[in-house]
Design a protein around this ligand. Structure first.
Ligand code: DON
Length: 303
């Protein structure tokens, strides 16, 4: 990738040149103190190259990006049975919206909005204890990243548990519709803990390699499943901002409220960006801008 180092260095400099960083996710108090003026970008290729610029080794809360790993495990476990409990259509609503769930009888639109991820977490948890479930999710993430130094941030998990009233409402509503196998507190405890995994942009890009679909890397899940996860990332990975992201970037991607975005260039690369300030959809503001520019300059798009 000849020009990639220069492109990333320039992007890093340009992103830091203006101070419109966006807003930190203050609804999780433990995240509210993060300095918004940070930026990192990492590209890992199918050929094993790694290109970086910015704060690439600073750990951050990956939050909703972990929903990809939980979904991969849930599909591996339950296959298409999972779709009885959760849909695969874009929601067109905020990631933590309640209103659609009632209108659709407790079957969340997709596995990436909070209600849907609570269901996939519940599916993985069924028949096991939270500790085993979290160990499996962590093991998957560490294997994907080829890095064992990836951990759950207990302070972030505790902060969300203490303030996650919206998620408790969603979980109890799911339970009232018969769409939760475990007690809401048990499923949510597991959900909050996997969302609280800390990773650096370098670790996240490495972990994303399992979604590239290439013979050059060890395979963790079936190719057909890789394609389906990518399809869901494209259509649902940025919530009600998914259409805008697909228009501007043209790559499957998943965001987290900690300011990370993981994007995939099928067959070629995994990209992680991180900048903790968010746009109005709850997705990284500078991260989205940087992804759009990188995709344009590299000619990377699935279209
Ligand atoms: O449940 C929540 O609200 C958070 N643990 C995750 C939300 C999130 O990351 C939304 N992404 N942009």
């Amino acid at each position: 990738m000849p020009h990639l180092p220069e492109i990333l260095a320039q992007l890093n400099a340009d992103m830091r040149a203006t101070d419109d960083w966006g807003d930190i996710a203050a609804y999780i108090p433990q995240l509210a103190s993060v300095d918004p003026a940070q930026f990192a970008i990492v590209v890992t290729t199918a050929d094993g190259e790694v290109f970086t610029a910015g704060d690439v080794d600073t750990p951050f809360s990956v939050q909703s990006i972990t929903k990809i790993f939980t979904l991969a495990i849930a599909l591996g476990r339950s296959g298409d049975q999972l779709w009885k409990r959760v849909g695969r259509e874009p929601s067109g609503r905020a990631f933590n919206s309640i209103v659609q769930l009632e209108a659709e009888q407790g079957r969340p639109r997709n596995p990436f909005i909070n209600a849907g991820a609570i269901v996939t977490t519940d599916e993985v948890l069924t028949g096991r204890e939270p500790r085993e479930t979290l160990a499996e999710i962590l093991q998957f993430v560490r294997a994907a990243a080829s890095d064992d130094d990836i951990h759950i941030n207990e302070k972030v998990a505790a902060s969300e548990t203490a303030h996650g009233h919206r998620n408790f409402a969603l979980a109890h509503f799911l339970a009232s519709c018969g769409n939760l196998n475990n007690a809401p507190e048990k499923t949510l405890g597991t959900y909050f803990h996997h969302c609280a995994i800390d990773m650096s942009a370098r670790q996240l890009a490495m972990a994303g390699r399992f979604l590239i679909e290439t013979d050059k890397l060890p395979r963790m899940i079936l190719p057909a499943r890789i394609r389906r996860l990518n399809a869901l990332m494209l259509t649902c990975g940025h919530y009600d901002g998914s259409g805008d992201f697909a228009y501007r970037v043209g790559l499957p991607a998943k965001s987290g409220v900690g300011g990370g975005i993981l994007a995939i260039v099928p067959g070629r690369a995994s990209i992680a960006v991180w900048s903790p300030g968010l746009n109005r959809y709850g997705n990284s503001k500078k991260g989205t801008q940087a992804m759009a520019r990188l995709a344009r300059e590299m000619g990377w798009s699935i279209f």
